[in-house]
Design a binder for this molecule. Structure first.
Ligand SMILES: [Zn+2]
Length: 203
C-alpha cells in the first residue's frame, strides 16, 4: 500500500489522503482538497477510487466528498451521528452510502481497513486502521487530541476513547499515525509522550 498526502485548502490545511494498493484500488480519506487533485493523483498512479472514507463530518474534512463521489461513483462511508446537515457538520444523511460501526472491516481490493469508533471530538468520529497505518482524523494528533468543546463533542467520550486507544495499541505500537491536522506521528511516540493518551489510558 502507498499513502499519498494531499493537503486541504488554507486556513485549515486538513491532511487528506489517498491510499492505493498494488493493484490500483484506492480509497480517499477525508477529501477536502480540490477534486481535481484526487483525480490527478489517481491517474498518475493508474488507480481507481473504490470508496470515500470520512473520519468524521466536520466541514473541513468533507468539503469535496460529494463532488468526488459524483466524479468517480465511489460511495461515501461516515459515522451517521455526524450527518447533521449543520454549518459545522454539513453532510446530510442521504449523502452517506454506508454508516460506520465499531469493529467493521472494510475491504477494497487489497486494502483492508478496520473501523475504530472513537467518539469525543464528534459523536460519529472514527479512526481507520489499515495495516500499520492509523488514519486518526481529529481524534489523535501528534502530541495532542481534537477539540472537545464543539457542538456534538463529548469530553467524557473522548476520555474513554483515549483509554481505548491506549489499550488497543499498547502491545502493538509499530503503527504510523496519520492525523487530520499537523505533523505525522507514530503510536510509539504518542504512547510515550501524548499527555492525554497517558492521562486517560494509563489509569
Ligand atoms: Zn474535526
Amino acid at each position: 500500500m502507498h499513502v499519498y498526502h494531499i493537503p486541504g485548502p488554507a486556513p485549515m490545511l486538513t491532511n487528506t489522503y489517498l491510499a492505493v494498493d498494488d493493484g490500483g484500488t484506492a480509497v480517499a480519506v477525508d477529501p477536502a482538497a480540490d477534486v481535481q487533485q484526487y483525480r490527478d493523483s489517481l491517474a498518475a498512479h493508474g488507480a481507481h477510487l473504490a470508496a470515500i472514507l470520512l473520519t468524521h463530518g466536520h466541514y473541513d474534512h468533507v468539503g469535496s466528498a460529494q463532488a468526488l463521489k459524483d466524479a468517480t461513483g465511489a460511495p461515501i462511508y461516515m459515522g451517521l451521528a455526524d450527518a447533521a446537515h449543520s454549518r459545522l457538520l454539513p453532510m446530510r444523511p442521504e449523502q452517506i452510502d454506508h454508516g460506520l460501526g465499531d469493529g467493521q472491516i472494510l475491504t477494497f481490493g487489497g486494502l483492508s481497513l478496520q473501523v475504530l469508533a472513537t467518539p469525543g471530538h464528534s459523536a460519529g468520529s472514527c479512526c481507520f486502521l489499515c495495516g500499520d497505518v492509523l488514519f486518526s482524523g481529529d481524534t489523535l494528533f501528534a502530541g495532542d487530541i481534537g477539540r472537545t468543546d464543539l457542538d456534538n463533542s463529548d469530553p467524557d467520550a473522548m476520555a474513554a476513547t483515549m483509554q481505548r486507544l491506549w489499550q488497543t495499541f499498547i502491545r502493538s505500537q509499530a503503527v504510523q499515525v496519520l492525523p487530520g491536522h499537523g505533523p505525522f506521528s507514530s503510536m510509539a511516540e504518542e504512547l510515550a509522550g501524548n499527555y492525554y493518551l497517558r492521562r486517560y489510558g494509563a489509569r
